[in-house]
Design a protein around this ligand. Structure first.
Ligand code: ADP
Length: 642
């Protein structure tokens, strides 16, 4: 007997479940379904992503609604269009054997007229993003007066995305007698407030401990210099030949650039972010789902609804700005009972973030070493051995070629044949990884070096200046004394981020919200590449070549606004960053980009006009949420604290 039968679901629904191959309810389904069927109650379900929440609310909903009627009886709110589409898809699957079932998913970025038409045809369930629903309510295109059930899915995420007022408005537009079922991975204050204001005596279910990361996820971090992030990413991919990963970046620009770069370097990658049209997104997701893509580079928001089982790795190219996003990211792996790895590529200054995630998410990270060339070559070789071992032979087709193959290779004995066969691939990796450096930053070793090296940045930073005294080029840096910097701290930050010694830098002038640093001309580009996109005190750092001693911010003429032409940071903006560690920078990086695949060594960060830069800086991470065009996104909570 299918275990779902014991939950009290009717035969039409059970048939749908059997068709889907679900045999046993997940814990949240086990707990929620019988209670929701037993009495009309409000419910708060605290469960992380991937635990089967959709069926936990979807199945009882299907049993409770009246499908003879065409009126809208249930409203499901979800933060992103992907999630809306997925919920709608799931509901359609669950209800395969229910007559007259009708639902629609409505979200921004798609034709509102088509959505209005679908609603007019009569739907019992509307699955919506809050912004689009508000729009539809405003146009009187959706009637909510007969809604009996409202589901808030990923409530914490919707509030994070600034939909608080929209949710208030939507809930106020539905009948007071409705039941509200709220699901959330975490329970921050804002979610509690919604629960308190709009729910009555709710059943509270919690699957797993509060804020707990999935137990079957292994959390790992690598410490590298900021400029080595991209090289580290490639090594992770190379060391895991069967990888099927999502790589998280913070901005759409970075997402796009990393994906482009991976593609150029011969990897099977593509990007998913809010600038893509719905059609483009569907195409990328289709390729990822059917595994034509191995590496999906995505922003937090775009990846939110992704429900793909078997994701082996989640890689944080950059840690998320908000701690809670880590749960959402890592929850993309280890779904449906599988295990997975969540990797963070960090630089030294980000260690405190790892500690904060551990504390808040109740998970434990292990520091690991970025694989070195030798290890990668071995992994690749053994992977090939396994493929050879497991390959299916098409006897009929290969048969006719065997005599000539035998003839060509007749001088070679077994050992020789094996060596030669495997060398075809192995040589490529050996050659590529021959001289590549160790990318790991050894924290304790660094400290010892600082003490031994009289020219170390620590020494110089105590003097408060770099020691370079030649005719340097000046760099403008968008951080200054207002960020808590003095000369020593800035030098230390620059040395840490670039991996350069202090003699590369000269005079330092600290101003309020920006600074100037002299840099040895030869190092200018690599220093810029390494620093651009890094972070100081939660602020994106950006550098530009400055006219000597000129304050580029003065160009606009109004001192009070001088930051605007540079600012990519203080207001949470992050779009102004350019490709950094993976650009044409580092000595080591270059060799890693070079020979293995296509030879992308001539990659240059795209130059953008000041206007474009400003546009991008306005588009902080929330700019990716195109599904809710025109919405002001509120600052998110739970930032990392130094
Ligand atoms: P959540 O909404 O909590 O993120 P989903 O409802 O999307 O999780 O479910 C995650 C995955 O698990 C989906 O692929 C879904 O089809 C699958 N799933 C859900 N419930 C079951 C079940 N009882 N048995 C097998 N697979 C399930």
């Amino acid at each position: 007997m299918n275990k779902f039968e014991e939950l009290g679901l009717n035969s039409e629904i059970l048939r749908g479940i059997v068709d889907l191959g679900f045999e046993e309810p997940t814990p949240i389904q086990q707990e929620a379904i019988p209670q929701l069927l037993a009495e009309r109650r409000d419910l708060i379900g605290l469960a992380k992503t991937g635990t089967g929440k959709t069926a936990a609310f979807g199945l009882p909903l299907l049993q409770l609604l009246d499908f003879e009627s065409k009126t809208t009886q249930a409203l499901i709110l979800a933060p992103t269009r992907e999630l809306c589409m997925q919920i709608n898809r799931d509901l359609n699957n669950f209800s395969k054997h229910i007559l007259n079932f009708r639902s629609v998913a409505v979200y921004g970025g798609a034709s509102i007229q088509d959505q209005i038409r679908s609603i007019k045809n009569g739907v019992q369930i509307v699955v919506a993003t809050p912004g689009r629903l508000i729009d539809l309510i405003g146009r009187k295109a959706v009637k909510l007066n007969e809604v009996t059930n409202v589901v808030l899915d990923e409530a914490d995420e919707m509030l994070n995305m600034g939909f608080q007022e929209d949710i208030d408005e939507i809930l106020s537009s539905t009948p007071d007698e409705r039941n509200t079922w709220l699901f959330s991975a975490t329970m921050p204050e804002e979610v509690r407030r919604i629960a308190k204001k709009y729910m009555q005596n709710p059943i509270e279910l919690s699957v797993g401990r509060k804020n707990e990361g999935a137990e079957n996820i292994e959390h790992i971090y690598y410490i590298v210099h900021a400029r080595d992030r991209y090289a580290a990413l490639k090594r992770i991919a190379d060391a895991n030949p069967d990888i099927f990963a999502i790589i998280f970046c913070r901005t759409k620009i970075e997402t796009q650039e990393i994906a482009e770069h991976l593609i150029r370097d011969g990897y099977n990658a593509d990007s998913l972010h809010g600038d893509l049209s719905q059609q483009q997104r569907d195409k990328v997701m289709g390729r990822y789902r059917d595994r034509s893509l191995q590496l999906l580079v995505a922003t937090d928001v775009a990846a939110r609804g992704i429900d793909v089982n078997d994701v082996t790795h989640v890689i944080q190219y950059n840690l998320p700005d908000e701690i809670e996003n880590y749960t959402h990211r890592s929850g993309r792996t280890a779904r449906a009972g599988k295990s997975g790895v969540s990797i963070a590529i960090i630089h030294m200054k980000e260690l405190y973030k790892i500690k904060q995630i551990e504390k808040q998410m109740n998970c434990k990270f292990k520091q690991a070493r970025v694989p070195e060339g030798k290890e990668i070559c071995e992994k690749q070789l053994m992977h090939l051995v396994k493929r050879v071992h497991d390959v299916e032979i098409n006897e009929k087709e290969i048969e006719k070629f065997l005599p000539s193959i035998q003839d060509e290779l007749k001088e070679l004995d077994r050992d020789e044949l094996i060596k030669r066969f495997f060398s075809i691939e192995f040589n490529r990796f050996l050659e590529y990884y021959k001289k590549t450096p160790d990318l790991n930053v050894d924290v304790s070793q660094r400290d010892r070096n600082f003490e031994r090296d009289p020219h170390s940045s620590r020494d110089r930073s105590e003097r408060g200046e770099g020691s370079y005294r030649g005719k340097g080029s000046r760099l403008f840096v968008n951080i200054g004394s207002k960020d808590g910097l003095d000369k020593g701290k800035l030098l230390r930050f620059i040395c840490d981020t670039t991996g350069e010694k202090g003699e590369v830098f000269g005079r330092i002038d600290i101003k309020g919200v920006y600074s100037f640093v002299d840099v040895e001309p030869d190092k200018m580009q690599s220093v810029m590449n390494a620093i651009n996109g890094s972070e100081y005190a939660n602020r994106k750092v950006r550098v530009e070549i400055s006219g000597e001693g000129t304050n580029p911010g003065m160009n606009g003429g109004r001192g009070g606004e001088r930051r605007s032409s540079y600012s990519s940071g203080r207001d949470g903006g992050s779009g102004g960053r350019r490709s950094s560690s993976y650009s044409s920078s580092g000595r080591d990086d270059r060799s890693e980009r070079g020979s293995k695949y296509s030879s992308p060594g001539n990659f240059k960060p795209r130059e953008r006009s000041p206007v474009a830069k400003r546009e991008e800086s306005k588009a902080s991470w929330e700019g990716l949420m195109v599904e809710e065009e025109g919405k002001e996104k509120k600052p998110r909570r739970n930032k990392f604290k130094k």
